[in-house]
Design a protein around this ligand. Structure first.
Ligand code: SER
Length: 864
């Protein structure tokens, strides 16, 4: 029977639904809240807390098709079977059924639903697992096809450095003797000759392994199974490799189409085509789940894949960018099953295009550097690239080690991978040093978690801000204590509290705990462990002991400010999506009393026009005064109704949906934070900054309500202060200019002295001065008159397009009949105006600037 891959997926999930399993969606490739794992490597990753009894599963029997990524296989990609990204089908029992049913289900599914002939099937079991052997025998599997193997093959887990694990039993498909190596007594399911293919792994989860490797038996043994969809498809479609199946054939066609190469001739070209196809698929899924290229962690894995794709594309002769059409082909094919791909289509293609063109530049420079390195005498002699050199290529030119190794080896060189690792570790040490410093400033609550194991704090702060409560635990100096005294700092745990503990970006509440005359000032509230709240602060009066009854009072105004900012953050997210597009995803958020900070995925800077539109939308929603309400609902229902859930976040079965706008559905987000009752309470919203916080990540900071009032008051005040300063500077500048003009005028005036001519009784100086006001002319005339001794000085200029004149006569010449007033009168008449004045000093002006020189020339005649 032949099935498509999509049919096999459905067949599997429906089979297990029939067996009372709840079908759950795949979780993100970014494992939530699991620092031990870089990426999701198996179906059980999202269920780890269920296996460990830390959280309650939505149902004891679960089934999924999980997106998985394994970094260990990157270098092997290109052969017939290894993949980085794959889909894993799985059924899970959380303390429900165990070996018997797990084997029953698996056998029935494989032999009756898929109709794989039982003689094609072999099974493996853990060394001493007689129970599993018996169960397989009962299915009719002959003894020679039940193989006992050790830890390496038949003990699975943990995923990451600790967690659930156990012995396992596998079902292998036998391609037949002809496909094998034929080594007598050696060829079996563990042999790598190609005859056997593992299709299903049934893990009997029995232990929680800690970081030291110690295994603690679990209270409830469980089942975790995994079957790679791509492998199953290969077998069911009767192919010898995954690339010939419908999981990849369409994509290889596309690679052939963009590269103009034919697939199937074998050799390096086929290998390069497989790598390009395989990586295009993983790149698409990684970006869709929120991974962004960077130089560390999962971002680095993505960057490596992108760069390897570019490199192997080159080997196929692809000089120009080629990845976008491939990524689009993956989206088109896979989006019906994984709708997140089409939602983020634009973002995925743009990011790929960017990284590809960025790499094209570094590839060119890096290749040159590597060529130089290989050409050096020492390298030629040892045929080796040193660890330091490889690290330089990595650090400065973004060359992944394997890429350097690949180019080097095609030139007959080796790379010192150990030396590279050493350099890498040194860099990490440096980074860790910096990190440690930041951590030391915070209170060390990890120790306290061990000391204080309290029952959960009941949070009453959605409805009230004052709560009578009983002191359940006290921490002083990170140790539990019976009481905390005046002047001491520490933490208090209550049975119930209205104080919100820092979570989901919203900062913790402050306020006070009052017990009789005693007062504990709460400066912050933190989650000590999930569900246990720690009120941090100090006793300012009296003392507080375990069992005391306190009145817990939240700082109301601060809480309202935070609530305004939190609701505004939701409005901001909705507006950003409206203006920039559906690819906008929350990547971080800090909601404080004075401002809010929102980090989101977007490739370009947000322009000031876009920001203005976002502000307008948010403020419009505020004025519309929509109601804000929270309801508890099932996670699946919430998702179906289209709520915004945080990227890569994992939620419990019951979730809280915060909706803005009862009828208009302005926004609906999963959120545990505290909010206002109607958007009008926000008052006003203003973006105060927009910046980049990493590749493809932007940050917006904004203010609302009282924060906005403070912001505008400060802005206006600083505007006025700057204006006043500016005006004073202008005034000072004007004075300086006037002083400089006077100095210049003086210089000009002194230069005129030589042009004085003799007249009866003294000297006459007539001159035209360029662009000077009447003030300047007067000062010049004064100066010239003093310098010349007995003299008549007449100066003219054009000021404001009109001719102006000044005449000055020394006292002795006044006595001889020269008269400044009369001179000006005559001049002004010639220039079409009027004027006059005293005999020793007079000024006047005309209307016709063109008459200036004629008027001045006339002076000599009429003065004699
Ligand atoms: N966790 C096991 C695996 O990944 C079975 O799902 O193989």
């Amino acid at each position: 029977m032949s099935f498509t891959g999509d049919q096999l997926r459905t067949l599997y999930l429906e089979y297990f639904a029939e067996k009372a399993h709840k079908i759950l969606p795949s979780s993100s490739l970014i494992p939530h809240g699991d620092p031990t794992l870089l990426l999701t490597t198996a179906g059980m990753v999202q269920f780890k807390p269920y296996f460990l009894g830390k959280e309650k599963p939505p149902a004891p029997r679960l089934t999924t098709c999980q997106k998985c990524f394994r970094t260990t296989d990157i270098d092997s990609v290109g052969d017939a079977s290894h993949l980085t990204f794959f889909e894993m089908l799985g059924n899970f029992s959380i303390g429900d059924y165990f070996k018997q049913e797990a084997i029953d289900f698996a056998w029935e599914f494989v032999t009756e639903r898929l109709k794989i002939p039982s003689e094609r099937l072999w099974t493996t079991v853990y060394l001493d697992d007689d129970e599993a052997v018996k169960l397989w025998q009962a299915k009719g599997v002959p003894d020679n096809r039940i193989v006992r193997l050790g830890e390496k093959d038949n003990f699975w887990g943990p995923a990451g450095d600790s967690g659930p694990c156990g012995p396992c039993s596998e079902i292998h498909y036998d391609f037949g003797e002809a496909a094998g190596c034929g080594e007598p007594g050696c060829c079996g399911p563990a042999c790598k000759c190609g005859r056997f293919c593992e299709i299903w792994n049934l893990v009997f989860v029995q232990y929680d392994q800690d970081k030291s490797g110690a295994r603690i038996p679990l209270k409830n043994p469980s089942i975790d199974t995994g079957m790679g969809l791509e492998r199953l498809t290969t077998i069911m479609q009767g192919k010898s490799g995954v690339y010939q199946t419908d999981r990849f054939d369409y994509l290889l066609d596309k690679v052939a189409n963009v590269s103009g190469k034919k697939y199937g001739a074998g050799g390096e070209t086929d290998r390069a085509m497989r790598i390009v196809a395989e990586h295009s698929r993983s790149i698409t899924f990684l970006i869709a789940d929120g991974v962004i290229p960077s130089n560390e962690g999962r971002g680095y894995v993505l960057r490596r894949l992108l760069r390897r794709t570019a490199l192997f594309g080159r080997m196929l002769g692809l000089e120009k960018p080629f990845m976008v059409p491939l990524v689009e082909t993956v989206i088109d094919r896979m989006a019906p099953v994984y709708p997140e791909l089409s939602v983020r289509r634009g973002f995925i293609t743009e990011l790929v295009a960017r990284e590809e063109s960025r790499f094209a530049e570094t590839l060119f420079t890096g290749m040159q550097i590597l060529d130089e390195m290989m050409a050096s005498e020492e390298a030629q002699l040892k045929r080796k690239i040193t660890g330091t050199q490889a690290f330089k290529l990595y650090d400065t030119y973004g060359f992944p080690l394997d890429l350097t190794a690949e180019i080097a080896s095609s030139n007959g060189f080796e790379v010192d991978a150990e030396g590279f690792d050493h350099e890498m570790e040194r860099q990490r040490e440096k980074a860790r040093g910096a990190h440690k410093f930041a951590l030391n400033e915070n209170i060390n609550i990890s120790e306290s978690i061990i000391i204080v194991k309290r029952k959960q704090t009941c949070f009453t702060g959605y409805d009230t801000l004052v709560q009578q409560a009983v002191v359940d635990g006290i921490l002083v100096n990170n140790s539990s204590a019976d009481a905390i005294r005046e002047g001491e700092e520490g933490g208090i745990i209550l049975d119930k509290t209205p104080f919100y503990a820092e979570m989901g970006g919203q900062v913790g509440d402050t306020g006070e705990l009052v017990s009789g005359e005693s007062l504990f000032v709460v400066t912050d509230t933190l989650p000590l462990s999930p569900g246990v709240f720690l009120h941090q602060g100090y006793v300012s009066r009296g003392h507080i002991g375990i069992g005391d009854e306190v009145s817990a009072r939240v700082n109301v105004q601060r809480r309202s400010d935070i609530a305004r900012n939190h609701t505004a953050t939701h409005l901001l997210q909705a507006a950003l999506r409206e203006v920039l597009g559906g690819h906008v995803q929350q990547r971080g958020s800090v909601v404080g009393p004075d401002r809010l900070r929102f980090d989101f995925s977007h490739l370009k800077a947000v322009t000031s026009e876009e920001i203005a539109r976002v502000e307008d939308i948010v403020n419009e929603r505020i004025r519309e005064n929509h109601s804000v309400a929270a309801v508890e609902t099932g996670y699946q229902e919430a998702l179906k109704s289209g709520v915004t859930a945080l990227f890569g976040e994992k939620y419990g079965e019951k979730v809280r949906v915060l909706s803005i706008g009862a009828d208009t559905h302005v926004s609906a987000e999963l959120c545990g934070g505290t909010h206002i009752k109607a958007t009008g309470e926000i008052g006003f919203f203003k973006v105060v900054s927009e910046s980049s916080v990493g590749a493809g990540l932007r940050r917006i900071e904004a203010v609302t309500g009282r924060g906005a009032a403070v912001y505008f008051r400060d802005q206006v005040r600083s505007f006025h202060e700057r204006l006043e300063k500016f005006q004073a500077e202008v005034e000072a500048g004007k004075n300086t200019i006037a002083a400089l003009q006077r100095d210049l005028a003086k210089k000009d005036a002194l230069a005129l002295l030589t042009s004085a001519r003799a007249i009866p009784g003294g000297k006459l100086l007539v001159a035209s001065v360029a662009e000077a006001g009447i003030e300047t002319l007067r000062e010049m005339a004064d100066l010239l008159r003093d310098r010349l001794g007995s003299a008549v000085v007449v100066l003219g200029s054009v000021a404001g397009e009109k001719p102006v004149f000044v005449a000055a006569v020394t006292q002795d010449l006044v006595a001889k009949g020269y008269h400044a007033g009369n001179i000006i009168k005559r001049l002004s008449e010639i220039a079409g105006g009027g004027g006059g004045g005293r005999p020793n000093l007079a000024q006047g002006g005309g209307r016709d600037a063109s008459k200036l020189s004629a008027a001045l020339e006339a002076v000599e005649e009429f003065i004699r």
